[in-house]
Design a protein around this ligand. Sequence first.
Ligand SMILES: [Zn+2]
Length: 249
Amino acid sequence: MPRSGWSDRFARIGEIDVQDPQTWESRLFLTIDLDWAIDPAIELCLDMLDDAGVAATLFVTHDTPLLARIRSNRRLELGVHPNFNRLLDGEAGSGSAEAVMHELQRLVPEARAVRSHSMTQSSRLLDLFVRCGMTHDCNHFVPVQSGITLKPYAHWKRALTRVPYCWEDDIDLEYGAGPSPLDIATAGTGLRVFDFHPIHLALNTVSIEHYETTRSAHRTGEALREAAAPGPGGVRDRFAALLQGRMSS
Ligand SMILES: [Zn+2]
């Protein structure tokens, strides 16, 4: 059972208003980068979000029939997760940053929030996001390990709210032994935005090595279930504890 009233603390990135601290100060923000995960992994994530009745923002990388399911849940918000890496790698025929954005906007025309894959950002990309109608940018990662208390802030052109985030599943595994999302949610202060990936929820990833050595299992639901760690202490266990507001028994 979740803590009473716990699910009401979660909000969507698009609700953050720099001028109104009530929109973020005591709130919790779940963000999910889809990262081309297979549908069974995304479904597991959506089932957990639905069961907990919490708000979240999902950053989309690709088309999937599950976009309709996400749209049918009013607590969920769709954003875009553009991948500019092919441009940076000089891959032939990879187009332009604008084309990358427009391709995703065709899939998710309602998106107003953006986080780039690999957090790619620059002043030119931020200008592009504004031209594409984005109102909230989530590219700035300031790890909770820094001890810095976070706030949203206005981009100098005012049209864009910058929403830094403090915790990401795979980076937490790289750091090791950091505070859990539940610890941050219950004891932390300031803006608290968490970033999870469906693949790490499905695998219940316990280490980077666990993720890397199971790569061949990441493309089917059955193989993923077999490769998943039993827990406790995996990414899914930590996600579940955050959703419930307590450690699961
Ligand atoms: Zn990504």
